[in-house]
Design a protein around this ligand. Sequence first.
Ligand SMILES: [Zn+2]
Length: 460
Amino acid sequence: MSRVAGDSLVIRGGTAVLPTGQRRVDISVRHGVISAIGSEVHDDGDTVDARGLMVLPGVIDAHVHFNEPGRADWEGWEAGTRGAAAGGVTTVLEMPLNAHPPTTTVAAFDAKCAVASQKALVDFGLWGGMVPENLAELESLHHRGVVGFKAFMSNSGIDDFQRVPDGVLAIGLKTTARLNALVGVHAESHEMVERMGAELIAAGRTDRLAWCEARPPEAEVDAIRRLLVSARGAGRNVRVHVVHVSCAEGLAAVDAARSKGVAISAETCPHYLAFTAADFERIGPPLKCAPPIRDAATRDALWQEVLAGRVDLIGSDHSPCPAADKTRGNEDVWKAWGGIAGIQATLPVLMTEGVHARGLSFERIAHLTATAPAQLFGLYPRKGALAVGGDADLAIVDPEKQWTLDSKDLQTRSGICAYLGRRFTGKVVRTIVRGQTVFVDGQVIGRPGWGRLQKPQATR
Ligand SMILES: [Zn+2]
């Protein structure tokens, strides 16, 4: 049975990942908020038996594309947030592009908020876009409550969301610095990837590795360095965030800027940690993305960065499309849409490849997937940690459970997912959003319309 707000609930006997570390506790929830955490809380509400399980703060996935309104056939808010629920994700921050209209005006923000409010099973925040023609709109979008602005330094792959040349980015960053707003940047060198792609196409290359060769780590590093030039010119309050960094070289460029006092952060994604270029050769279009999947040595170096604490947060970059837009690239990689349906995979990948294979701690997982995004996007402490007074957003996981992702588990609309058939150790068993169970025992039981808009604290 699904529950309604106002009920009380006790999660008993789980090992909770608290801000102070792991502890076996009971967690009491009233009216959707954590009301007590302790060795034996006294509460006569309904009980969830969490003995033998880990209780994490719900994942805040800071990077998803749900494509609605306008391209709901690609995914949509209901399918997307069903996937979120199944993945232990309790808040999504949704990107401004691939929906139509893109979220580059206040009217487009309102249109997206309306459909999301009707359909979302989990809480959500909305990114705004920074494109060449909307610099005058940034301030009103900021006051409307966007969590940040997304800008592309290379082509976005979609005509209604144009990239920002360096000069435009430099001007846009002056505005966002004045607003103290965050800008998330897709940092790949437009000039480099266009030239290298054209050369490979001219040489007749259609194979999957050609996509990787056209977009090398150097293209990321070049773009990050140029982003920093623009950021330096924008003044002391500039805040920049590099999305989906795929390589240690990119993180080193971010780190060097941070050590000079720039407010910069970096995201990586589970697919760069879970797959190698050899997997891309085998699996093909379901794994096509930009930046591309890297070779094994680059993947291993990226893991070292995660373990060393040089990655700020992990977001899925969930970006599905109709099945035909993937399959048409089976024989010619350039024809496939780029984007990975991965919203359900973040915690399973981090448990399997992180905790079990490389000694990543659950405290680091909680930080990378919940606390850090909540802090960066102004949602902390209402969200992002298991603490009294915070929203009761929880992901309850069985860290030892071995399982295989099957098409019956998959919520994404197209049915296409690079992780299908993959073995995991560690499974999400229950997801709770503001005290309401939205996923349990393999079933999504949340209701569309439960999700609420989350605005950064500074603009609420
Ligand atoms: Zn994206």
